[in-house]
Design a protein around this ligand. Structure first.
Ligand code: 13P
Length: 339
């Protein structure tokens, strides 16, 4: 394992003012998102949308890396440049989603286990040769009456650590993503409890399996009440509870935490991160973003809008959100900048 390379890449990904764009929607998810805005999904429309997004002006000042899906890392920009090369030329690290999706967990109805370990070593080797320098694996944890089960927590934690170890062996920084879903009517305390449990299980497995923590990143949810809970907490409470939970359950030698947006509004995702970075205390890790929807939803809607300047306007929407989140990295975002 090349610890020096892993630590260098991990630190570049969470450099001040910068964060990650998650553009690794699977073909199924991306097709649903295109259909939702009235675009016929195809290999070409998925490529065209992303090629336009990655051509936006100046986003590299607030985007350090882009996570791609297998189809996209093999595609080219409009001018024929392979997408990973186009990103690298701009000083943006190409990343790759390497899990093959969350499947039903045997004997645990409604719970999921993320698959993709078979052949992972060979796939990582190929992706590294294509220019990828980091990877992502997402585990999905649902909160409900009697879930998550210990089986769901322990199998997902085990798989996350196995994935992380294999990636590191192949020179890719693993983004470890145990996502506790916002779906449900649970309160914020229950979210805190479940998030703490999956973080403990995951880092305990990372220790057992020899994962090099200074060469890895964590992509967690924030601590919030479920979408259907009547008692929502304030932005300030989300920021404080999230920082408390992470401080107590994430090793302090980890270089960075890159949050997912998970269905939060664009502005909530930015505001929460901003509040965390405004706190008086010095956090042990960089607090950054790896947003998918919160960086892209307006850009996608605008691209599909069919107006004559929709391509340029879509790029502006993306650059704007990237800049807003870049400011939130140092607590310098303000609502008035959104006008
Ligand atoms: P969202 O920010 O849309 O939740 O996506 C992040 C991601 O990559 C989920 O795996």
């Amino acid at each position: 394992m090349d610890k020096g390379l892993l630590e260098k890449t991990a630190n570049e990904l969470v450099a001040p003012g910068r964060g990650i764009l998650a553009a690794d929607e699977s073909n199924g998810t991306m097709s649903n998102r295109l259909e939702a805005v009235g675009v016929e999904p195809s290999v070409e429309t998925r490529r065209a949308y992303r090629s336009n997004l990655f051509s936006a002006d100046g986003y590299e000042s607030s985007i350090s890396g882009v996570i791609l899906f297998d189809e996209t890392i093999r595609q080219s920009m409009d001018d024929g440049t392979p997408i990973p090369n186009a990103l690298s030329h701009r000083g943006v690290h190409p990343g790759i989603k390497v899990d093959t999706g969350a499947k039903e967990l045997a004997h645990h109805k409604g719970e999921k286990i993320t698959e993709g370990l078979d052949g992972l070593r060979e796939r990582c080797e190929e992706y590294f040769a294509m220019g990828a320098r980091f990877a992502k694996w997402r585990a999905v944890i649902k909160i409900g009456d009697s879930v998550p089960s210990n089986a769901c927590l322990s199998t997902n934690a085990h798989a996350l650590a196995r994935y992380a170890a294999i990636c590191q062996e192949q020179g890719l920084v693993p983004i470890i993503e145990p996502e506790v879903l916002m779906e449900g009517d649970h309160d914020a305390n229950r979210c805190y409890e479940v998030t703490a449990a999956i973080l403990d299980a995951t880092f305990s497995q990372c220790k057992v399996q020899g994962v090099h923590i200074p060469g890895a990143l964590l992509k967690p949810n924030m601590i919030m009440a479920g979408k259907d809970c009547e008692e929502q907490i304030s932005r300030e409470e989300v920021a404080q509870k999230t920082v408390n939970c992470l401080t107590d359950h994430v090793p302090h030698e980890l270089p960075g935490i890159v949050f997912l947006s998970g269905g939060q509004s664009d502005e909530d995702a930015t505001a929460h991160l901003n509040l965390m970075n405004q706190m008086e205390v010095e956090h042990p890790w960089q607090l950054s973003y790896s947003y998918g929807r919160a960086l892209q939803s307006e850009a996608l809607r605008t691209w599909a809008g069919g107006k004559t300047d929709s391509e340029a306007s879509s790029q502006q929407e993306f650059s704007h959100r990237a800049r807003m989140n870049g400011l939130a990295r140092s607590g310098e975002w303000d609502e008035s900048l959104e006008d």
